[in-house]
Write a protein of this length. Sequence first.
Length: 395
Amino acid sequence: MSRLLMIVPAPVNRLADGRLRMDVKFVEGMRLHKALWPGTITVVMWDHGQAIPFGAEYAPDALGFDYVVLEPGCPMPQDILHRHDRILASADMVETLDLVEMGTVPVTFSVEYTIGTRLRIVALDRGLSFPRKIWSMLWNLRMERHRRRAFRRCAGVQANGYPAFEAYCRLNPNTILYLDGRMRRDMLATPDEMAARAVCLRQGGPLRLVHSGRLEPMKGAQDLLPMAQSLAAKGVDFTLDVFGTGSLEAVLRAGAGALGGRLRVHAPIDFETGLVPWMRAHADLFVSCHRQSDPSCTYLESMGCGVPVLGYDNAMWAQMRADCGAGWIVPLARWGALADQVARLAGAREEIIAHAHRARSFAGFHDFETEFTRRMQHRPERDWDQASLSLRTLV
């Protein structure tokens, strides 16, 4: 029975009553990991005290997996490392980059952010002054050199999304690509649901748009309201349901009143029991305003609901769309182009139906069980000694 140690950047808050506040998406994913892994899993996290907008409170014994929560800045306890056979660590955390130097057990890194994405996130952070942005960018560039050195020396790399794979696959010969998401096979849209959506589209009612996620400038949520206003001005028959919360929520709710019920803002709902069933039954097209190239699982999860995606031309969505042959792309940060494409699609219902089927098919090849199995069958420790020896000679 293999003992896996996972070191992750998931936010966690320890509460006074002993309960934990954690990100719901992370907990759902970890429960799936635990159910499929043939051994024990222990998760290491740091309590950084940050807010968790899509979080919930959990009793420790209700999580379904073992965990260790460390104080901010606390180094990794050595005894934890020695009690496991494999380490899967997020290289998006600087706390993990020295693990290879310890030489205890094989370390596989997962990574999803490229240096380009990190720098764009800093540039878009409205809470940082210009000098702080410069300092943060320089710090990120310094950490990137450290990260790349760790990739050259580790046992393997698992790249979440096309941009990360393209950025790092040449550093380590044992690098694999995976597409992260929470859609199990039993959550995918059924043939009956796909048929019902096609009937609804052909009846010519309002085009049912949906968006979910953090309502923050970094996520492009500021483009949703002007896009909806433009659609209304064009006379397009549509509805736009937005699920999420964030600093732009009040702006969206205030603007919704003037749109005569076309724009509806909902609080976040449970992914598996709420959002997925709703999208499978009530959505035709997912509108993504995401400008970054990080591997948002929303693309794959939407397609698993049978809902094709209209999004900006970032590196992740551009490559995924090319692979799946479904969905549409418009230039970055052009909400007017989003509105123009929606207006065109409102009169091209058969095109939406065709893309919906291709999207659902692609998601079916990348459900959670399939992607998880690929990751867990990635066995870099077979060649650990030789790979470690040969790679160390390169640095």
